[in-house]
Design a protein around this ligand. Structure first.
Ligand code: SF4
Length: 467
């Protein structure tokens, strides 16, 4: 190959930035190439294949195609509705609630939660009056209870302010619990501001449209996804456009089985049209997740009988978790975390010590044990913890009923309450606590206690809408 031809081929392989730099310079080629590479590494050390934005023509085509497709194919969801000018604040509240819920789980699950929530607190002013206890109960089962708390605190903040509902992404991000994604969703959908949104579905679609192989969890790569999404967002219909991008990711452009042949943007999709030897599902690059920490927990469902008060059934002790950390402020049965797998005797010793220290209950000494039964075990997975939970039912007879519990206990210690089975069956409980109680109910009905299927409360980084 002649020198001039080889130079032309090399130039053709360069990025637009590199080509532009070369055409305006008289610096020797080697030096120039080195400078280009240095510049590129400084700018995008890990997202190096993303330097090109969409062309003007591609942008127009993607907008038109996606909006047309969305108009005809969008799913009928309770939080999707047109609103008049005077209803914008209400619409913003609805988008906010639905978006926070959608960060937790699948659309189908969210629909029921959303309807119940809106029935109880139809406006932000209603929500601002609620207690954390009520909000937690309503949220029970969705996981990531901190988000529910932030929603409540954010509502109180907006209502307490004098300027009404913030109507721009930049001001929305000052509200507790509203990050860049939620701010973009509210501002574009409710207030028609042309700002982008980037969640897991949008990343998947963009990574495939541009055949981006950079690590999608990398900070700089994420920044570049925001740039691409900002370039695409339609200035006239930003809310619909953002929803159409997310809708495409949730439906046609799914993680493992994309329907490329019916996709409205297949002709702009590099992963689909350019290199058929690499499956489109290779985009975005899969990132190996950190392994969850393993721990072990013994749970004692403490049922107190009080024959003197002629009760039909017993009452169950619930303990409130501390206000910080995992499942903050939520109710659970008395439980003890163990550092390692333990046999029955060790688990019971740990539980007896806990009951003695926290409740002044000493089985065999201060009360009569009616029955004590191991009900089984199951695994519950939180985002970063794989917890094995051992469940036992301890039925006690106290002379003074539950009044004897906590006698002499220090004032600021554990918060607890006793509830009967009717209340327990209907109150909002976290999914792990609910599973424990289902084991108790099955045992009482004489059914064999099947260990619940292990569950997974994960919804990190906008892993939503993959229905
Ligand atoms: S063509 Fe396929 S991979 Fe590309 S955006 Fe459409 S569904 Fe996704």
């Amino acid at each position: 190959m002649s020198l001039s031809l080889s130079l032309r081929v090399s130039i053709a392989k360069l990025s637009s930035f590199e080509r532009e730099t070369m055409s305006h310079s008289s610096v020797p080629r080697q030096k120039l190439m080195r400078r280009c590479r240095q510049k590129k590494e400084e700018e995008e050390p890990l997202g190096g294949d993303m330097e090109d934005l969409f062309s003007e023509k591609e942008t127009q085509k993607i907008r038109e195609s996606l909006l047309d497709w969305y108009d005809d194919n969008q799913r009928d969801l309770p939080w999707r509705k047109k609103s008049s000018e005077s209803e914008k604040e209400r619409r913003a509240y609805e988008v906010w609630v639905s978006e926070i819920m959608l960060q937790q789980t699948r659309v189908q699950t969210v629909m029921e939660y959303y309807k119940r929530w809106m029935h109880k607190w139809p406006t932000i002013y209603d929500l601002a009056q609620a207690s954390l206890e009520e909000v937690n109960e309503m949220w029970a089962g969705l996981g990531y209870y901190r988000r529910a708390r932030f929603l409540l605190e954010g509502a109180k903040m907006v209502v307490a302010g004098k300027e009404g509902f913030p109507n721009q992404a930049s001001s929305l991000m000052k509200v507790k619990g509203i990050g860049e994604y939620t701010a973009g969703a509210i501002a574009s959908i409710a207030f028609n501001e042309a700002v982008p949104v980037v969640d897991g579905n949008v990343i998947r679609v963009l990574a495939r449209l541009k055949a981006i192989s950079a690590n999608p969890k990398d900070r700089l790569t994420i920044k570049n996804f925001w740039k691409l999404a900002a370039q695409l967002v339609d200035p006239l219909r930003p809310g619909d456009f953002n929803q159409s991008l997310m809708e495409l990711g949730a439906t046609l452009c799914s993680v493992s089985k994309p329907s490329c042949s019916t996709c409205p943007v297949s002709s702009q999709c590099r992963a689909y049209s350019e290199n058929r030897t690499i499956p489109v599902t290779d985009y975005p690059t899969k990132v190996v997740k950190a392994k969850p920490r393993h721990d072990f927990c013994c749970v004692c469902v403490l049922e107190i009988l009080n024959h003197e008060k002629n009760q039909r059934g017993g009452r169950f002790v619930l303990v409130k978790r501390p206000e910080g950390g995992l499942l903050a402020g939520l109710w659970e049965f008395p439980s003890v975390i163990l550092n390692e797998e333990a046999n029955l005797e060790t688990r019971r010793n740990a539980m007896d010590l806990y009951l003695k220290e926290e409740f002044h209950v000493e089985p065999k000494e201060t009360c009569a044990i009616v029955s004590r039964k191991e009900l089984g075990e199951f695994v519950h997975i939180f985002t970063h913890i794989r917890r094995k939970i051992y469940v036992e039912l301890l039925v006690l007879q106290l002379t003074g009923g539950t009044d004897d519990l906590f006698k002499g206990q220090a004032k600021d210690a554990l918060t607890w309450k006793c509830v009967d089975s009717d209340v327990l069956s209907t109150m909002g409980l976290t999914s792990a606590v609910r599973k424990v109680y289902l084991m108790v109910e099955a045992h009482k009905k004489g059914l064999s206690v099947a260990a619940p299927v292990s569950s997974n409360i994960t919804a990190t980084s906008r892993k939503r809408r993959s229905t």
